[in-house]
Design a protein. Sequence first.
Length: 630
Amino acid sequence: MNGPMRGPAIPGPGGPGGPGGPGRGGPHGRPGGPMGARMNGEKPKQLKRTLGRLFRYIGKSKVMLIGVLLATLCVTVADLIGPALQGEAIKTIVYDEATKHITVDFERLLYLLGGMAVIYALSSLFGYVQSFISAKLSQTTVHMLRRDLFKKISKLPIKYTDTHSHGDIMSRMTNDVENVSNTISQSVASLMSSLLTLIGAFAMMLKYSWQLTLIAMITIPLTIFLSSYLAKFMRKYYKRQQQLLGELNGKTEEMVTGYKTVMAYGREQAAIEDFAVTSEEYKKVGIKARTLGGLMGPVMNVIGNLQYLVLATAGGLFAIKGVLRIGDIHSVLQYSKKFTRPVNEIANQYAQILTALAGAERIFDMLDTEDEIDEGTTEMPEESVIGNVSFDNVHFSYVPEKPVLKGLDLAVRPGQKIAIVGATGSGKTTVVNLLTRFYETDSGSITLDGVDIREIPKKDLRGCIGMVLQDTVLFADTIEANIRMGKTEASEEEMKEAARVAHASDFIERLPDGYATVLAEGGSNLSQGQRQLISIARAVLNDPKILILDEATSSVDTRTEKHIQDALNKLMEGRTAIIIAHRLSTIIDSDMIVVISDGAVAECGTHEELLLAGGEYAKLYRNQYAGIET
């Protein structure tokens, strides 16, 4: 999250090879623009582990799980009793060979028919109860999963969000979680029912004829072989399908958020073609996945029908020889259907189950990502902070063997106002990233009031730092709520005073709803300059001990800049202030100007001292105000 608040994420560190801003890829990772690279498809790596973890989530709702189990047991028992009653009903019809007459025990037949009506009614009732509890179990489980995933997102290290497509992260929270939800609601009860039905049908078949039961078992090896063979291919395509869906979401998000840029550079067709490439691959993978998924059901049906044909033939021979009665053969045939039905149901749901497991694996991959490191134990309340900052021989690289900072030494005294300048990619913003511990140093140390910042809890460290960044982030809430973001307990008068200091009150009070105006997503119903003024008001209200300004006035006009600069100068009085700027006119009155070049401090001093020295700063100044040197 970006913006001038305490503890925000900075949008993409500077420096060669540094990660980009929102919606962009990381250092030498997947590019995030319209021509972003594609992920490689792969089979689920830990299918059993993923399934186990998913069932552990389901198992947290023990009462509902037991309820589903009991309802499923009742439905299964009712379904298993039905064929037995049918067989007994057939037995009430007797053909007398001697008299050539058919006799029917109507009293028993009516009794059995009534029993079947009750059994099937109870089956329907318990089926409804099962569906209701399954839906509740599904939503409860997914609620816990979504809650844990969102909590994880809030604790992810900045490096993760810099190196992963935002659209892919969102896809895990939405599409993948929804697939898991659908599968739990439809498949958990079905799997329970299938297991109970298999056991019950097998037992009933044994009761009527162990010979026919053995014959029915002949098709099981064929079922296992074919289902395993098809599943091997299906897993690969369903995992790849979920990955490509994440990419499509990422590209769509980039197109929406970067629409003006795409239009300005005439890249509409290129963006369309790039999206079409990924969409085409998604279509091909989807066709293969669904074809294989759709093949599983018919294959199992063919095997089931083959089994029924063999049993009917064998049963007919047994009936001719007088080994079995017609009623018993009918019951065995009905139970054989129930025996193969669970296999067919699982086969028909297998595609959906694989999709859910592929999504669950992606969810658990994110949940398994290490949280942002925070081993700090030396508490430092904001009121105790003086503001003495020191960088001692700091080395850092976003990508191994491509250093951004190379032995940086820098000392900032309490209340001092220093400016950091340098060419693009020299590592200016990286200094801020390391000070706020969005990234950790490779070597060297950074101290605050003599304490290594790695020993300070990040909440305390970031709580004493206020930031105003070039890229402003506002949220779909009222202007008042956006200003109060870092200090919700502030009074209305304090909030309005902060807006006045930031020169934001004039335009806010001209709005129809004033401070109660609800902003669109990202504050898109305001100009860039107005958004920046609100972010500055947010920083003013926070009243931080250390203030970081990263091109804070770059989006406002010259007249407004003068007013804001005066307000910021007043705000910086008595505070340690670090200013990162390309516009040198905003830093002339700094206590010290630090020039960073090639990852280290090239020179430092006041504006006048550096001009007289005729070094890097003097060259930057002449380039900016006297034309580029030849």
